[in-house]
Design a protein around this ligand. Sequence first.
Ligand code: C5P
Length: 223
Amino acid sequence: MTDGPLVIAIDGPAAAGKGTLARRIAEALDFAHLDTGLLYRAIGFAVLQAKQDPSDEAAVLAAVEEPESLRLGDPALRRDDVADAAAKVATLPGVRKRLLQFQRDFAAAPPGGKKGAVVEGRDIGTVVLPAANLKIFLTAALEIRADRRLKELRERGLQSIRSQLLREMRERDERDEKRAVSPLRPAEDAAVLDTTELDADAAFEAAMTIIRSQPDFADKDRS
Ligand code: C5P
């Protein structure tokens, strides 16, 4: 992928900080940003609304429109029950297949005529965009990720019980890591960035150091 838009793939488990990092990198490089988790969340939400079983592939595919018409800005997509439904629909091969081309098209022709794309998810570096110019696998200890998610929920006025949140996140990680199709794992050529001891600013600086060390990205940094 040397001609055409530059692509950065960011993968990692729940609440590792992918969203914040991906947005900041996209801003610094003036790239487009795609949070692919929102695609699975939007499908999970549509299935919950249609009162269908998120594990029933035929019902899920019937309840879901084309990726282009999914409403990715709906705040309800952030809900934990939606995250849970998303992780269930994400195990279905038909769902992943339906989303694949949309994600590839985004990277091949980033909206707004941008020169590149930052695409975040679970399988971007391994399956969706294996030829990405740069792959970052962002991770952090489960307890730290749960504490960050708890803080974020409280800041939004939502109450959550830590032990329950930890259990739900562990289950979601396991479902993502153990599923047969596109399991969560670092690509062989990914730079692994562990943010257990890094705050958002330090994680951004560490990621930008990785990006600047890549010849493809020379002169692209506006920050
Ligand atoms: O990243 P986020 O927590 O919003 O993702 C919600 C769920 O969508 C994940 O737990 C995962 O099961 C699924 N997902 C996926 N592949 C992606 C992005 C998200 O399977 N590329």
